[in-house]
Design a protein around this ligand. Structure first.
Ligand code: N01
Length: 502
């Protein structure tokens, strides 16, 4: 049945102490991964499912990141599900509203809306070995129960303001890139942008169009490569519509182009130097001023931080109303940003393109497993899982974008799809074989992680720069050290002897 087995009105007082519903699979998050999981579960005939979403809309990161210029730096034909190709992408690289439109299309086309519970904020997850059920408590005191959980809460779903002295003293407008205030008019304003990462380089070219001036505070310059964007001709869309195989072929070509980039950005190889030369030529072509070019030249290996993709960032920095500031920030004052050489940069608005709090990305709420094990505690010195989706001691629980699943060179959606299909095959086994507890064996998880960590030592991510991929101690529990093809292959192979089954 598509309906949860047991439901009752949300108005019933919590004192009755009954689950709002007991379902086979409960998905946390209605972003790309959560919705994709629901689609694949339905297609596998596992329709007894619910999606819990803390906000009032679907879309996850593409709902939240609506800053001016928000777009994707991976081509749309690859940044979409292979089982739901969109022949109508208007550009090679889509903007965030078109991607959000695609997400809404998924909800409508695969009839997901009646499965989503909005404004449901998960406060904890706990597993009961006796019943083999997870209890999913909500912030309002109600709860659900589920045999299996897919946690698709997103690794970059909680934005963070940096710890800069005096932040609270600023009397002007503070905006974070992931929480843009569209009611605030940038036109004619004096703006500071802190950060020069993937978000900032998309925002700055838009702000310089209307602001009185934009001061860009750069701590570390990133590697910027050209963005081969184009407007899709109508004939191309018609061909994709009439002959879907041509779009599949295009997707394959994009996939293998990105796969080859792994050789340049994941490991230090002769191709790393080639990629750095390409980025340097891009910089030289776009920035004629030698001093500015020097300030924009990175001093770490390409790939160590996320590679930036832009044609309009460098030109924007050279607009008469834009200025790159490389003096370190000392503090935020009432009126602006003070830098080390003693200048106070007075502004009306500070844009924080300073990234996300990833410290709790797998455990944004307490997760209690077998014998009261607490996942946040176990992950406090660095998260680890088996094949990025299962954690020993936390049975029947599946993560999307769990530990060491991040791509540095290919589309996140490719990784996501294989995580989802892997999880669903195990969920099907649990449901069909009436398994109460499917728990990865600790020694299997340990062995897997030893190999992952060993491989990571040889990657550019661990070559000395600081990034959100690493913890303060330099532990990398974020990235997958290999090709997407390797990742997909490991996810395709399921060996039930890796798990304890009860
Ligand atoms: O955040 P970031 P982001 N003082 O953490 C600087 C995804 N994404 O939002 O490099 C001064 O990368 C910091 O400086 P430094 C993508 O996965 C995807 O840009 O640490 N500066 C850096 O410049 C990406 O990796 C798309 O020295 C401070 C910046 O702020 C992830 O989101 C588009 C500071 C933060 O960069 C995050 O990107 C956009 C301080 N105290 C984002 N603290 C796509 O197109 C931080 N900074 C798919």
């Amino acid at each position: 049945s598509t309906k949860p087995r047991q439901t009752r009105s949300r108005k019933t007082p919590p004192s009755v102490n009954k689950a709002l519903a007991i379902v086979d699979t409960l998905i946390i998050g209605a972003g790309f991964a959560g919705l994709g999981s629901a689609i694949r579960l339905k297609q596998a005939g596992l329709e007894n499912l619910l999606i819990i979403e803390r906000s009032d809309k679907v879309g996850g990161t593409w709902r939240d990141n609506t800053y001016p210029g928000a777009a994707c730096d991976i081509p749309s034909n690859l940044y979409s599900y292979s089982f739901a190709q969109n022949p109508n992408w208007s550009r090679g690289f889509s903007n965030s509203s078109e991607i959000l439109g695609y997400i809404h299309y998924l909800v409508d086309h695969f009839k997901l809306s009646n499965l989503i519970k909005f404004n449901h904020n998960v406060s904890s997850l706990s597993f009961d070995e006796q019943t083999g059920l997870w209890t999913v408590a909500l912030a309002d005191g109600e709860f659900y129960q589920a045999r299996t959980i897919i946690s698709a809460a997103g690794p970059l779903s909680n934005f963070s303001f940096p710890k800069i002295a005096g932040l609270e003293n600023f009397k002007g407008k503070k905006i974070h890139s992931a929480n843009w205030d569209h009611d605030y008019k940038i036109e004619g304003k004096r703006v500071a942008v802190i950060g020069t990462g993937a978000s900032a380089i998309q925002i700055i070219p838009e702000l310089v169009k209307t602001a009185e001036f934009v001061k860009v505070f750069q701590r570390t310059p990133g590697w910027v490569t050209p963005r081969p964007d184009y407007k899709t001709p109508e004939w191309n869309k018609i061909i994709f519509r009439k002959l879907p195989a041509t779009q599949t072929a295009m997707r394959k070509a994009l996939y293998w182009t990105h796969e080859s980039m792994a050789l340049a950005v994941i490991w230090n190889s002769p191709l790393t130097k080639v990629a750095e030369q390409l980025a340097k030529s891009h910089l030289k072509r776009q920035v004629k001023d030698v001093w500015l070019r020097r300030q924009l030249t990175p001093d770490f290996k390409i790939g160590c931080k996320r590679v930036l993709v832009s044609n309009d960032y460098y030109p924007a920095l050279q607009q008469p109303n834009c200025k790159l500031i490389t003096w370190p920030i000392v503090k935020i004052t009432e009126h602006g940003v003070q830098t080390m050489e003693g200048v106070e940069h007075v502004v009306d608005c500070i844009v924080f393109a300073t990234g996300f709090d990833v410290s709790k990305s797998g455990t944004p709420f307490p997760i209690t497993g077998i014998n009261n094990r607490n996942l946040a505690e176990e992950w406090s010195r660095g998260a680890q899982a088996y094949k990025s989706i299962n954690v020993s001691g936390f049975p029947n629980l599946f993560f999307t974008f769990g530990p060491n699943s991040g791509p540095g060179h290919n589309s996140a959606l490719v990784y996501m799809e294989s995580q989802i299909d892997h999880a669903i095959r195990l969920i099907k086994t649990i449901i069909d074989q009436e398994i109460k507890v499917l728990d990865v064996k600790p020694e299997i998880q340990a062995e897997y992680n030893q190999k992952i960590q060993k491989r990571l030592t040889k990657t550019n991510w661990n070559s000395g720069c600081k990034s959100w991929y690493l913890t303060e101690d330099g532990f990398n529990s974020t990235m997958y050290p290999g090709f997407a093809t390797q990742y997909q292959n490991q996810m395709k192979n399921i060996d039930l002897s890796d798990y304890s089954l009860i």
